[in-house]
Design a protein around this ligand. Structure first.
Ligand code: NAD
Ligand code: WQD
Length: 363
């Protein structure tokens, strides 16, 4: 299949592009590089021996998206001037014309805390950007989308494990609401026009890195998420991990999450590509097992041989006690299930961090 991947240079995007190429798909990558480095896709090219045509563009630029989807060289309309740049490296692999069968849509802003400070930026980028992309897809006749949703839409779950039929809750931040809104838009679109095929993938907690250690998660600034923070403590970039609360109603008092290896998550997208009926469907992508913060720290220490200093800190506003998936539907309908355990996740997170202590750096 020929697939357009938005947000392709990012953490999950780059791992998915790699899996797509290895499975024989053709990929065109779009990213505005607001939270990623061009280097990630260069490394994907090196790992796979295949070229990844790259278009530096913003998904909010509808005419730029139309140009990419229809294969127009670089530009679609006068208003798009200056906004689309094929990277020099992709000059030999210019964006091939049209004929896309699907869009895998990762592009978006994802920092929960930042979203409470800059809600408009989040709604504009995530919701507005997705609408622009959908309009461009419709105009180009490309009506299959795989969307990166999040377990955050469940809010504080009434019960665990969480099936897709669980009520969506009240996310505690604009980021979560942006995901809920986009889900609703996609549901409405699929209901209005049966030509659309939409997969809503609700990710639990993606962690780890490609086993090569060449691509991985490279957060800017202080990491918000647990595993990147632990990894940076392990390489000496941070002093100690703050454990956000040890008084939750969980076995050891710390928060419990469903960590999923990013390679498993990436493969979930390939599985979803094959599914077309019904024309809008939700799948959880999680392992079905929850681990506490202390268990995650212990697994990282085992994988790395490093002691991770921890100190207990107050609960983080908006956090919940426990969240893990019921992944049965994805197994039964997509034939997909996570294969990597927590030890493998931490081994690969550590391998990436050790090989790239400063991430992709200023490449
Ligand atoms: P990421 O920030 O590494 O990747 C997102 C990519 O999108 C980045 O490369 C960024 O530069 C690009 N981007 C952002 N806005 C853009 C725009 N307007 N136009 C073009 N490119 C744009 O994040 P990730 O962890 O790879 O997440 C990918 C997707 O999965 C996001 O939509 C995120 O909300 C969702 N998600 C992530 C997690 C997680 O914990 N990582 C969990 C659930 C859902
Ligand atoms: C995991 C656990 C923390 C950092 C977030 C988003 C969610 C989704 C995935 C995008 C929790 C604890 C963390 C630290 C800690 N993203 N923790 N010290 O909060 O489950 O989910 O990322 O969709 O929307 O909210 O993941 O990795 O931040 O936290 O103690 O320095 O680790 O309290 O229990 P979370 P996380």
């Amino acid at each position: 299949m020929k697939i357009l991947v938005t947000g392709a240079a990012g953490y999950i995007g780059s791992h998915t592009v790699l899996e797509l190429l290895e499975a024989g798909h053709d990929v065109v990558a779009v990213d505005n590089l607001c939270n990623s480095s061009r280097e990630s896709l260069r490394r994907v090219e090196a790992l796979t021996g295949r070229s990844v045509p790259f278009v530096e563009a913003d998904i909010r630029d509808e005419s730029a998206m139309r140009a990419v989807l229809t294969g127009a060289p670089g530009r679609a309309g006068p208003d798009a001037a200056g906004d689309v740049a094929e990277s020099p490296e992709s000059a030999g692999a210019t964006v091939p014309a049209g004929d896309f069968e699907a869009v895998i849509h990762f592009a978006g802003l994802k920092a929960v805390g930042e979203s409470t400070e800059q809600p408009l930026a989040y709604y504009e980028n995530n919701v507005g950007g997705t609408i622009a992309l959908l309009r461009a897809m419709d105009a180009a006749g490309v009506r299959r989308m795989i969307f990166s949703s999040s377990a955050t839409v469940y809010g504080d779950p009434v019960a665990v494990p969480i099936p897709e039929t669980a009520p969506v809750g009240s996310p505690s931040n604009p980021y979560g609401y942006s995901k809920l809104m986009i889900e609703q838009i996609l549901r409405d679109l699929a209901a209005a026009d049966p030509r659309w095929s939409v997969a809503l993938l609700r990710y639990f907690n993606p962690v780890g890195a490609h086993p090569s250690g060449r691509i991985g998660e490279d957060p800017r600034g202080i990491p918000n998420n647990l595993v990147p923070f632990i990894s940076q403590v392990a390489v000496g970039r941070r002093e100690a991990l703050s454990v956000f609360g040890d008084d939750y109603p969980t076995p050891d008092g710390t928060g419990v999450r469903d960590y999923i290896h990013v390679v498993d998550l990436a493969r979930g997208h390939l599985a979803a590509l094959g599914h077309t009926k019904p024309n809008c469907r939700i799948w959880n992508l999680g392992t079905g097992r929850g681990y506490s913060v202390y268990e995650a720290v212990a697994a990282f220490e085992k994988a790395s041989g490093q002691k991770i200093p921890v100190r207990v800190a107050p609960r983080r506003p908006g956090d919940i006690a426990t969240c893990y998936a019921d992944p049965t539907r994805a197994r039964d309908e997509l034939g997909w299930q996570a294969e990597h355990d927590l030890d493998a996740m931490m081994r690969d997170a550590w391998n990436w961090q050790q090989q790239n202590p400063d991430g992709y750096g200023e490449q």
